[in-house]
Each structure stands twice: as C-alpha cells, then as structure tokens.
Design a protein around this ligand. Structure first.
Ligand code: SAH
Length: 258
C-alpha cells in the first residue's frame, strides 16, 4: 500500500503511465489493482480486445482514446500510440494504457515502455491474465499436469509475417503443451511443421474461441484435423496442442448449463 501512495503522488506532479492487462474477456478477471488504476485514470488508451464492461469502470470525465488493433491492420500505427502516451504523460496526466490479456505477452507492452523510458516518463506495469491462462482455465484444460505435460510454451502464430521462424524442433519436444496465439490463419502451416518435427498426427489439440467470454466455444480434435477445426473457429482464438487438451471433455465446467 505504501508504494501505491508514493507512485500516485508522483503521478499527480509529473504524469504517469500504468500499463494494465485487462485479461482475456470476462471482465471479472481484471485484477484489483487494474480496477483501481482505471478508476483513477484521466486518460485511457485502449485496444480492441478490451471488454466494454472494463472500459465502463473509467471515470466519466476520463478521456478515452481507442487505438484498436486487428490482425494485419493497425488502427493507429505503433509509433503514434507511443507518442500519445508520451504526450499525455508530459501534460501531467494519469494515463492508463489498457490492453487485452497481459501486456507483456504478445502485447507490445515492452516496446511502448521502452519509448516511455527513453522520454523519461514514469510508469508501472499491472499484469493481466493472459489468454493462454484464462481461456484454458475456462475450457477445463490444465496447461501442465503430472501425467501429461511438464512444460508449456506460448508461441506466436504470426511467424511468417514477422519474418522470424519458430524453433520447431524445440516446440515439438515431448511433454510440452503448446499454446499458439494469433495462429488461426496459420493453422495448416503449424500442423504441418509440428508433424514434420515429430509430433504424432493423432496428438490431441483444441481451439478455444472467445475464451472466458459467455460465447466461448471449444473445438476438439487431433493435430491432423487442426486446419479443419480452424475453419469453423473465429478470432480471437488460441490453438492448444498437447494431450492435456483431452481433459476438456472431463473438466469442462464453463460451457455446461446448470
Ligand atoms: N496480450 C494478449 C495477447 C494479444 S495477441 C494476452 O496476453 O492474452 C492476440 C491473440 O491473443 C489473439 O489472436 C488470440 O490468439 C489470443 N486471444 C486474446 N483473447 C483471447 C480470448 N478471449 N480467447 C482466445 N484467444 C484469445
């Protein structure tokens, strides 16, 4: 609590940016700290995947700036987003930069903070529940399990566009659950590469669409079926590969109507 008071006082004088992870969808998955800083914000700069219920927590006088992003399409270019954060902070404002999931997991949070650091703007990071943790929890898929997986890898499915290839050999090691973000359009490529590197075609996998939201859907099958499953699913969705996904049938609790 002491640290909180200090950072709040400093922010009044100099401007301050809180980089807040909003969680994957269900607004109740926002952290208590995230809730508090959103309520105190004078400016909220937010992305497309942030739930309207979370945006509604902001003060009605707060300036709300939408910089939404879609795959392959940035509503506002990244350097302009960085500049908005710097400008608002230098005006002395208390700024919340609100992103879906966790800002440091495929969220470009690091890039935005580097700019703030270079410009001498003070900031803090409020972590959020990343989609891999939230969506699998709501789908009844434990990412690790003593009988199934001793490791988990979060991987971007956006590889080819970014021009950086995944280390498929490392991804295909046994006993590891793989979670692909932004992988829906690349599902055929992902399945091919994993099979080529030794994962069995009948390895169980799942696609979780709209994880933690009321409209969540889970598609289950095996690796060879992944491209067909992906045709039925819509964004935002995660691809999960590994035998833990077979626990979904037993542990599903969220989609069951009581
Ligand atoms: N920083 C975010 C990820 C941003 S990248 C986080 O930590 O969760 C965007 C990708 O996240 C989407 O393409 C999708 O793969 C995944 N994603 C985000 N929200 C999701 C949700 N509710 N259900 C399933 N996948 C989701």
């Amino acid at each position: 609590m002491t640290t909180t008071l200090i950072s709040t006082q400093a922010s009044l004088a100099q401007g301050f940016v809180s980089l807040v992870g909003a969680g994957p969808g269900d607004p109740d998955l926002l952290t208590v700290k995230g809730y508090r800083v959103i309520q105190q914000a004078q400016v909220v700069v937010y992305d497309r995947l942030v739930s309207p219920e979370i945006l509604a927590l902001a003060n009605e006088k707060a300036e709300m700036i939408y910089v939404g992003k879609k795959l392959d399409y940035h509503c506002v270019p990244q350097d302009q987003i960085n500049q908005i954060l710097v400008d608002k902070a230098l005006e002395g404002k208390r700024v919340v930069r609100l992103k879906g999931g966790d800002s440091f997991i495929f969220g470009r949070g690091g890039e935005e903070l580097e700019t703030l650091a270079e410009q001498g703007v003070r900031f803090e990071v409020v972590p959020g529940i990343t989609a891999a943790a939230g969506a699998t929890a709501y789908a009844g898929i434990p990412l690790t399990h003593r009988d199934h997986a001793q490791a988990v890898q979060f991987i971007t499915g956006h590889v080819q566009k970014d021009g950086k290839e995944i280390d498929w050999q490392a991804a295909a090691q046994s006993n590891s659950t793989l979670v692909f973000y932004m992988g829906l359009k690349q599902s055929g490529y992902i399945a091919d590469k994993l099979i080529t590197h030794g994962i069995a075609e009948d390895m169980p996998c799942a696609i979780i669409e709209n994880g933690t939201r009321r409209e969540q859907r889970v598609f289950r099958g095996n690796l060879a079926q992944l491209p067909n499953l992906a045709k039925q699913a819509q964004s935002p969705a995660l691809i999960v590969v590994g035998s833990v996904t077979s626990l979904h049938e037993k542990l599903d609790w969220f989609n069951i109507k009581h």
